[in-house]
Design a binder for this molecule. Sequence first.
Ligand code: NAD
Length: 267
Amino acid sequence: MADLFDLSGRNAVITGAANGIGRAIALGMARRGADVAICDLDKEGLQSALADLTVLGRRGLAVRCDVEQPEQIARFFAEIDANLGGVDVLVNNVGHVARSKPEELSLDRWNWVLATGATASFLCAQEAGRRMIRSGRGGSIINISSIAGATALGRGNLSHSVNKGAIHQLTRELAVEWAKYGIRVNAILPCQVRTEGFQSWLDSPDFDPALMDRFLAGIPMNRLAVPEDMVGPALFLASDASAMVTGTLLPVDGGNLALNAGGSHTW
Ligand SMILES: NC(=O)c1ccc[n+]([C@@H]2O[C@H](COP(=O)([O-])OP(=O)(O)OC[C@H]3O[C@@H](n4cnc5c(N)ncnc54)[C@H](O)[C@@H]3O)[C@@H](O)[C@H]2O)c1
């Protein structure tokens, strides 16, 4: 039987892949045979991620691109055309949290979360989708969302939750519109993930250690996720293993949503 998870001969594009979840997914896809294009703001992180990708014998492209800037997204995809020649998989991974009490949240911070999240995901999906339609081969688009898009988290997560909720509807609408082209669109909803950035918040004086107990009380698997936990689900959604799966919101949350334990009403 063919390896359903094989990505040989496919080009995967991952935004925000210099660090964290995006980097783990980019490496996971390269290990399964994909050539990989990544973008980020972090130049050093891009170079070290590119080195990890090319060591695996894959073609790689690393571009400094701010997904908040539509013209930089267009330039990133033009570079992909010139260097890799097409897009088979897109992972929309960049996402920010601007924690603030709703009554204190500024319009600038609200706009920034949506611009780098739902709007950038739409623009990248549009660039990728046009190429997938033109190629006639279809493709797979994966939006990295959060349990925050499916349940209220409280504790200053208003703009984050609204952004991820919009990404859920982006996922469903595109899945419906583009099924006829063989383009599948799905989302992954992680719980808290111990990325380097998240770990530095856990280690900072701002972090109330009691909050860790509340996180864990909401995760039946009784641990936070790590970036590598997102790799298997992303490979599944990118590959032929999920050929009939589109429009799904896949929690990768140790049972958090099953417990209906998204957040807490106290800070
Ligand atoms: N870490 C978590 O606990 C967690 C939980 C649920 C969902 N998520 C989601 O996972 C995704 C990745 O999060 P992460 O924790 O791995 O983040 P991270 O900060 O570790 O990595 C994000 C990467 O995106 C890059 N980036 C930021 N702004 C950018 C921009 N404007 N243009 C291009 N690149 C940019 C950063 O430089 C960084 O390399 C996000 O969408 C986030 O909402 C994370």
